[in-house]
Structure formats: structure tokens, C-alpha cells
Design a protein around this ligand. Structure first.
Ligand code: LHQ
Length: 250
């Protein structure tokens, strides 16, 4: 059985982490399969939005600890540089919106891969755990970059050091995620968000993603220049011309 399921429908790519018996923990095969799926999303122009979710009761329990304790494990350096870091880079550089649909527990690298997505939504029963300190590791997969920026240094520091489980409700209240949905409407709510994203001008969303990312390192002066440049590019697209024309006719 494939460790990652990939399907495209109505301009939306659905990527499902698929090792449910291990709570979708990442082994080398699954990490490479996710990278391959993300590459397809980048290459295929008919894909306008991407959603990543998990099969079964978890989103992902992070690194498969069996793989790092076994005799043939690839080594920690390789795991980060070949598995997780490329995934974070592929998600953040994809010129399309990526939604993390966190259907259940997201722990360790599983949590941090969700947090690097453009929109993070969760089922009410889902949870987030910075599980690293519990086993004597540090948060990776971009967690030390994204989490303090999302919820502030103090909360990030406490969650990363204590390894406390955060409910989807608390995650939304602290700004870690966009929204949670009751479990019975989670799937349909995710579909609605993805359908809306897919119907919007993909290029403008890509420029928005780029501007937000630049704001992390730019000062106001440089950020205003960046907005100016990206807005001019957005304004030169056929999508803008068609949409503004349609609006003015209303
Ligand atoms: C698992 C796992 C798992 C294998 C559940 N691996 N089997 C980067 C660089 C290099 C190396 C290391 O890591 C990293 C990044 C990281 O992600 S480090 C953090 C790794 N993840 C964790 O430490 C989380 C470990 N898992 C848990 O704490 C719990 O399983 C959670 C809180 C996620 C869920 O708890 P429960 O709902 O009570 O489920 P469970 O513990 O009973 O797990 C169900 C099964 O899944 C069980 O197998 P079994 O055969 O007994 O049914 C677990 O062994 C297996 N599983 N996580 N990461």
C-alpha cells in the first residue's frame, strides 16, 4: 500500500499521509513520497490548491521512531536534510496555497509540517504536540521558525519545552491554526476552503504567499517596495484584467 495517497479533482490535489497503523509516522519512504507528490503539485498547472491530511485517526505522529532506533537507520543529519527540510521548502516555495487539514493528532515533525502550510485547519478532536523534548530532541522541521511567529515566543517556548498536548480549540485561540471544525463537518469544511482557494486567481495567491514570507526579514521600507513590485505583477495578469472588468460591469 502506498505511504502517500495522491488524487486530483476539481483543480485540488489531495495528499493523504497513509501509514494509519503507525499514526502516519514518517519513514524514509513516506518522506520521499510526500516530496514527490509536492513536486507533482508544482508541475501540474491544472492544480490550483493542495490539501495535506492523514488517513485514520492521526494527522502524523512525526518521525517513525522505529526507523531511528533500528540498526539500519539513515542517521539524523540525513533524516533532516533529506526528509523534512526539503518537505518544508517544497511546501513554502510552492506557488499555490497549501492547506493542512489536521484530522487527528499531529506530533513532532508531524505538527511542524502542518504549521508551515498556508492555512492550517483542524478537526475539533485533533491535537498538536511538540513531542521532541519528551525524547531528548529539539523541535525541527521549521518548528522553531514558525511556532514563535504564530503564537509568540513565550508560548512557543513553553510548549516546546513542556511538550504539552494542545487541543484544536486552544490551538485556534492562541493563533496556532486558522480554525477548527466539529468533527462531523470537518471534511466538508475543508472541501469548501479548498474549493474557494481553487476558484481564486492562483498567481495572486502565490504573490500573497511570497509577500508574507518576505515580511519575515524585510523592514517596512523594503516590504513596501516588495508589495509595489508584486502588485504590479499581479495587475499585469489576465486574471486581474478579467476579474476587475467583471466587477465593474456589476
Ligand atoms: C509510532 C509513533 C512514532 C513509530 C505512534 N513512531 N510508531 C527528526 C529527526 C530525526 C529523528 C527523530 O525525529 C525527528 C522528528 C520527530 O518527529 S521527533 C518526534 C517523534 N514523535 C514522537 O515522539 C511522538 C510519539 N508518539 C506519541 O507520543 C503518541 O503515539 C501520540 C501522542 C502521537 C498518540 O498517542 P496515542 O493516541 O495514545 O497512540 P499510541 O501511542 O498508542 O500509538 C498508536 C500506535 O502508533 C502504536 O503502535 P502499536 O503497535 O502499539 O499500536 C505506536 O507505537 C505507534 N506510533 N507514534 N512516532
Amino acid at each position: 500500500m502506498s505511504t502517500v495517497l495522491f488524487e486530483v479533482s476539481a483543480n485540488i490535489a489531495r495528499i493523504t499521509l497513509n501509514r494509519p497503523e503507525k499514526l502516519n509516522a514518517f519513514n524514509r519512504e513516506m518522506a520521499f513520497a510526500l516530496q514527490e507528490a509536492l513536486d507533482k503539485c508544482g508541475n501540474e498547472t491544472s492544480i490550483h490548491a493542495v490539501v495535506i491530511t492523514g488517513s485514520g485517526r492521526a494527522f502524523s505522529a512525526g518521525q517513525d521512531l522505529g526507523e531511528v532506533t533500528g540498526s539500519e537507520h539513515p542517521g539524523f543529519g540525513k533524516i533532516l536534510s533529506e526528509h523534512y527540510n526539503p518537505i518544508v521548502k517544497k511546501i513554502t516555495s510552492l506557488q499555490k496555497p497549501v492547506v493542512a487539514a489536521v484530522n487527528g493528532v499531529a506530533a513532532g515533525a508531524g505538527a511542524n509540517l502542518a504549521l508551515c502550510c498556508d492555512i492550517v485547519v483542524a478537526a475539533k478532536s485533533a491535537s498538536f504536540i511538540q513531542a521532541f523534548s519528551r525524547i531528548g530532541l529539539i523541535p525541527d522541521s521549521g518548528g522553531t521558525f514558525f511556532l514563535p511567529r504564530l503564537i509568540g515566543w513565550q508560548k512557543a517556548s513553553a510548549l516546546m519545552m513542556l511538550g504539552e498536548k494542545v487541543s484544536a480549540v486552544d490551538a485556534m485561540q492562541m493563533g496556532m491554526i486558522f480554525k477548527y471544525f466539529d468533527d462531523d463537518v470537518f471534511e466538508t469544511s475543508v472541501e469548501a476552503i479548498c474549493a474557494q482557494l481553487a476558484s481564486l486567481p492562483t498567481q495572486a495567491l502565490a504573490y500573497t504567499k511570497k509577500a508574507l514570507q518576505s515580511s519575515v526579514h524585510n523592514n517596512l521600507h523594503d516590504q513596501l517596495i516588495e508589495e509595489d513590485e508584486l502588485q504590479q505583477q499581479a495587475a499585469s495578469t489576465a486574471e486581474y484584467a478579467a476579474r476587475v472588468k467583471a466587477f465593474m460591469k456589476m
